[in-house]
Design a protein around this ligand. Structure first.
Ligand code: SF4
Length: 314
């Protein structure tokens, strides 16, 4: 059966085998991050509502769990900000009644300032909030938020959530070269992170050029330096490692590689075009493109519409 709201299961470095739930239509988000792969320039949404019917999602999940082996995590993420769906709390509660699989929520943290929202996430096992900047200028540059969103409220929300939540919190910082890696910003990060309770900080970065700004990916040495700086200041930090080769990514198949190269031999395509044409899940496709670029099978081109992937010999 083809599922509308479930994706995967996806082999993930951070979560093992994770079954994704997408609770909102493509690029329903109150941010428009410069590294977002869900498309650029879509209108910003900041209203919480039932974008996708919760009971329909539950129906699919029940069907999935009755026919497949258990994933390690059921993860709310996907093509926008999942906490904008006003029924996420209800869904977490109902999923807990259905299965003992752990629940993870990946969020951009904007709604954590809302007490009801924090309450809705109470039954999740793991929450991964992101905090990509602590200085206003980098926040605006990286996240390009809806006008009603304030950085101070995001920080306050994460802090309150850390105080109240009983599960694990992996706080993600997406590092962008020359934007949020200044001495001033890192010092401010340390000051703020010392006031927040979390399990660990995870440093993420793009392996590919950023879709909007054509920023170059951050070098591993720089990420290591930042990790060490945080650690020296008592902040438990790790770098999210990316798949580097086909051998490393156990789910890699020649069939999927061919699916992608056949398309790119005919025409250069964006991430969304490839996703649409191949039907591959967002995270899986991201892993394939990362590996295929690293192995020189395909290359990237910057065009007016954003980043295009093309076959190396085209
Ligand atoms: S928060 Fe996520 S979905 Fe929203 S713009 Fe940023 S990367 Fe895209």
């Amino acid at each position: 059966m083809k599922y509308k709201y479930l994706f995967g299961p996806v082999p993930s470095r951070r979560l093992g085998i994770s079954l994704g739930i997408d609770l909102i239509p493509l690029k329903t988000c109150n941010f428009n991050c410069i590294y977002c792969e869900c498309g650029d320039g879509a209108p910003l949404y900041n209203e919480r509502k039932e974008y996708i019917e919760a009971d329909e999602v539950l129906k699919e999940l029940k069907e999935y769990l009755s026919k497949n082996s258990k994933p390690e995590y059921i993860t709310f993420s996907g093509s926008g900000e999942p906490t904008l769906n006003s029924r996420i709390g209800y869904l977490i509660q109902e999923i807990k009644k259905l299965t003992d699989v752990k629940i993870c929520v990946i969020t951009n943290s904007t709604n954590l300032v809302n007490k009801n929202m924090r309450e809705e996430l109470r039954n999740a096992d793991l929450v991964m909030p992101s905090l990509n900047a602590v200085l206003e200028k980098s926040f605006l540059k990286i996240n390009r938020p809806n006008v009603n969103i304030k950085l101070s409220e995001i920080i306050e929300g994460i802090r309150k959530f850390g105080d109240e939540f009983q599960g694990e919190i992996y706080l993600e910082i997406f590092m962008i070269d020359e934007i949020n890696d200044s001495k001033e910003e890192l010092e401010e990060f340390v000051k703020i992170l010392k006031t927040i309770k979390f399990t660990k900080v995870q440093l993420n970065s793009l392996d590919r050029p950023a879709p909007v700004s054509w920023e170059s990916p951050m070098a591993m040495e720089k990420l290591e330096t930042i990790k060490n700086y945080f650690k020296e200041n008592g902040i438990e930090t790790e770098i999210i490692k990316k798949y580097k080769s086909k051998n490393e990514y156990k789910a890699y198949t020649e069939d999927n590689e061919k699916l992608i190269t056949n398309l790119l031999c005919v025409r250069p395509s964006t991430f969304e075009d490839i996703k649409e044409a191949t039907g591959l899940d967002r995270e899986i496709l991201g892993n394939y493109l990362d590996i295929m670029v690293k192995e020189g099978i395909i290359k990237t081109l910057m065009e007016e519409r954003g980043i295009f992937y093309t076959y190396r010999n085209r």
